[in-house]
Write a protein that binds this ligand. Structure first.
Ligand SMILES: *Cc1c(COP(=O)(O)O)cnc(C)c1O
Length: 203
């Protein structure tokens, strides 16, 4: 299980402190902030994950440095990542973000679109499909959260069966500060924790 410390909105010093305490993987959700921190913390060279909405005109701030882009949420973005990877000779590791929460505003793919993409996975020569990411409904109702996590866990297992040739399709990134304990019951391989590590964010 991989713990991603979500350092968005926290200063570089906070990341250095976490690194000194042994944390090695960090997540950011805004391209500019991501690129700035990667540069400022080059001496540490931690593993960086991008976990936010990514616009296609911001790829160059993220793709050269991200070990994993967890938040691919549209076919348009995926196509752009493929093109960038091809042009720059890099294979980009991604998770597909599945829309599981109750909120209409949440980003992410519907199941049938993910299927569609993975049936055409061969055309993405510069993308490595490593699994799914999802955010549960923002609620205190544990039953709803469990239903969300069960849905994404079942779907990931289904996809792994259906596409055995995608040998890297292993990751299930679910669980944040408020619900990571529940996520562990559903086979989370990655949890993304911000507040519980760094405290409240100052927006
Ligand atoms: C901010 C964020 C997190 C961390 O949230 P916390 O509740 O602070 O742990 C996890 N995942 C994504 C995609 C985020 O944007």
């Amino acid at each position: 299980m991989k713990l991603v410390a979500v350092s968005k909105f926290h200063p570089e010093e906070a990341i250095r402190e976490a690194y000194a305490a042994g944390q090695r993987v960090f997540g950011e959700n805004r391209p500019q902030e991501f690129a700035r921190k990667v540069e400022a913390l080059k001496d540490l060279g931690p593993e960086w994950h991008f976990i936010g909405h990514l616009q296609t005109n911001k790829l160059k701030l993220v793709l050269p440095y991200a070990d994993l882009v967890q938040s691919v949420d549209s076919a348009h973005l995926l196509d752009a990542i493929q093109d960038w990877g091809k042009a720059n000779g890099k294979v980009i590791r991604v998770l597909l973000e599945l829309h599981i929460g109750a909120e209409e505003t949440k980003t992410g793919f519907k199941e049938e679109v993910v299927l569609d993409i993975l049936f055409r996975a061969g055309k993405y020569t510069h993308v490595r499909f490593c699994g799914l990411m999802g955010m549960a409904s923002h609620t205190d109702c544990e039953e709803d959260i469990r239903a969300d996590f069960a849905r994404i866990a079942d779907f990931k297992a289904y996809l792994a069966d259906l596409f055995p040739e995608l040998t890297d399709f292993r990751e299930l990134s679910i669980g944040m500060s408020g619900d990571w304990r529940i996520a562990l019951d559903y086979g989370a391989t990655i949890v993304r924790i911000g507040t519980a590590i760094f405290g409240e964010r100052q927006y």
